[in-house]
Design a protein around this ligand. Structure first.
Ligand SMILES: Cc1ncc(COP(=O)(O)O)c(C=O)c1O
Length: 377
C-alpha cells in the first residue's frame, strides 16, 4: 500500500518527491493530499476558455472579494476588498514590506526557529536579521517579549510574525498577539504578519488575525496570506496582501504595481475558487490532518524514543527535537532515505531539530517514521 502510494507521488513529479531521488519526501511545504474539486474545476474551465493572459482587473477584484469573504467567515475579520491586493507569493510580500515599509537599512526582527527563507530574504535586500529565539512555556513555544524588546532597542524595525507558526505549529492566542503588539508599539515598529497557514488550524484553537485585534495592531501590520498551503497551490504563484493602514494603502497604490505584476492569472482563479467554494473540502482535509498529527505522536513514541514532539496547533508541519545529531536532517537523508528540513536551516534556535511535513497519506507517514527510527537505532 505504502509502496504504491509512494510510486504514484513520485510519478506526479512534484518538487517534494523529486529533489532527492529515491528518498521519501517530507520536507518542503507541499501537500500530497491534493486540492479541492472546486479548484480543479475552475482551473480546467479557465484553461479551456484560454484565460492565460495577465491578471485582469475583474479577476483581481473577484479574488479580493473572495479573500475578504473567507477572512470574515473563517476568522471574523472584516476587511474592505479594496484593501486586498494580489501578490505572486507571500515572500514577495515580505520583500515589499522590508523595502517599502521598514526604516531604510534597519535590521529585520525574526523569532526563531523560523521558516527558512525568512533568514535569506533580508540579507538578499542588504538587511541584517536579528534572530530572537522563542521561549518555552511547558510544551509550547512562546514569544520572548524581553528579547523582542531588546531586538527593537538594537535597531530592529520590522518584525516578521508568522502565525500559525512554521515550523513550530503554534497558533497564537489573542492575549499573546496583544502582548507582542505592545512591544512593537513601544518602539514604533512594524509587523509583517505571515498568515499563510491560517486555514490550517486544529480543533481547540482559533486563528485570530494580527491586524484584526484593534487599531494599534492594524496600524503596525501588513498581512500576507494565500490559499496556497491549505489547497496546495504554491506553484500557481498567487497570494494576497491585506493593507490595514491608510498610509500603507496610499503608498502601495504608488509602488505596488511591479509586485502585483508577478501574480498569476490561474493562481487568482484557483485562490478565488478555494476561498469561495473550497470550505467543505478544507473541513474534510482538517479532519485528516488532525488525525495525522495525532498518529505522528504514536509513531514517534513507537519508533523515535527520546524525541520530543508536541502536536502542532496549526499547519501540517511537525517539529521534532532531541534527535541526538548535529545535523539530523542530513543524517536522516543519508541513512534513512527520508528528506526532512534540518532545523539548523530555521536559525540557530533550530539546531538539532527537524521539520517534518505530515500532509501525506497515513501509510506513507508510517513508512517515513519507521525508516527514521531504523536509521537512528
Ligand atoms: C510561513 C510561510 N510563509 C511563506 C511561505 C512561502 O509562501 P510563498 O510560496 O507564497 O512565498 C511558506 C511556504 O511554505 C510558509 O510556510
Amino acid at each position: 500500500m505504502a509502496d504504491d502510494l509512494i510510486e504514484r507521488l513520485r510519478a506526479r513529479g512534484g518538487l517534494k518527491w523529486t529533489r532527492h531521488p529515491g528518498a521519501l519526501g517530507a520536507w518542503v511545504a507541499e501537500s500530497d493530499l491534493g486540492t479541492a474539486p472546486a479548484v480543479t474545476r475552475a482551473l480546467h474551465e479557465a484553461v479551456d476558455r484560454g484565460l492565460l493572459g495577465y491578471l485582469p482587473d475583474w479577476l483581481a477584484g473577484d479574488m479580493a472579494r473572495a479573500t475578504a469573504g473567507f477572512l470574515r467567515e473563517r476568522h471574523g475579520w472584516d476587511v474592505p476588498p479594496e484593501r486586498v491586493r494580489p501578490l505572486p507569493d507571500v515572500l514577495a510580500g515580505l520583500s515589499a514590506a522590508i523595502t517599502h515599509l521598514s526604516r531604510p537599512g534597519s535590521p529585520v526582527v525574526l523569532p526563531t526557529p523560523a521558516y527558512m527563507p525568512f533568514l535569506e530574504v533580508p540579507p538578499a535586500l542588504g538587511r541584517e536579521v536579528l534572530e530572537v529565539p522563542m521561549a518555552r512555556d511547558g510544551d509550547r513555544f512562546v514569544y520572548d517579549l524581553d528579547a523582542l524588546d531588546a531586538a527593537f532597542l538594537a535597531g530592529g524595525h520590522l518584525l516578521v510574525l508568522c502565525n500559525p507558526h512554521n515550523p513550530v505549529g503554534r497558533v497564537l492566542e489573542p492575549a499573546e498577539v496583544l502582548a507582542v503588539a505592545e512591544v512593537v508599539d513601544r518602539h514604533g515598529g512594524r509587523v509583517f504578519a505571515d498568515e499563510i497557514h491560517a486555514p490550517l488550524v486544529y480543533p481547540g484553537h482559533r486563528h485570530v488575525p494580527y491586524a484584526s485585534l484593534g487599531e494599534v495592531p492594524a496600524r503596525q501590520a501588513v498581512t500576507a496570506t494565500s490559499a496556497s498551503k491549505a489547497w496546495d497551490l504554491p506553484g500557481l504563484k498567487c497570494a494576497q496582501l491585506v493593507l490595514t493602514n491608510e498610509a500603507d494603502a496610499a503608498l502601495w497604490a504608488e509602488v505596488g504595481h511591479p509586485v502585483e505584476h508577478g501574480a498569476s492569472t490561474l493562481g487568482a482563479v484557483a485562490n478565488t475558487a478555494a476561498y469561495t467554494d473550497g470550505g467543505a473540502w478544507l473541513d474534510e482535509l482538517l479532519v485528516v490532518l488532525d488525525g495525522h498529527r495525532r498518529l505522528l505522536a504514536d509513531l514517534v513514541a513507537a519508533h523515535l524514543p527520546g524525541v520530543r514532539y508536541t502536536p502542532p496547533e496549526g499547519t501540517y508541519l511537525a517539529w521534532l527535537e532531541g534527535l541526538d545529531a548535529d545535523r539530523p536532517g542530513d543524517l536522516l537523508l543519508a541513512r534513512a532515505g527520508v528528506a526532512v528540513v534540518d532545523g539548523g536551516r530555521c536559525g540557530a534556535a533550530g539546531r538539532g531539530a527537524v521539520r517534518l511535513n505530515f500532509a501525506t497519506p497515513a501509510p506513507v507517514l508510517e513508512r517515513v517514521v519507521e525508516r527514521m527510527g531504523a536509521a537512528l537505532r
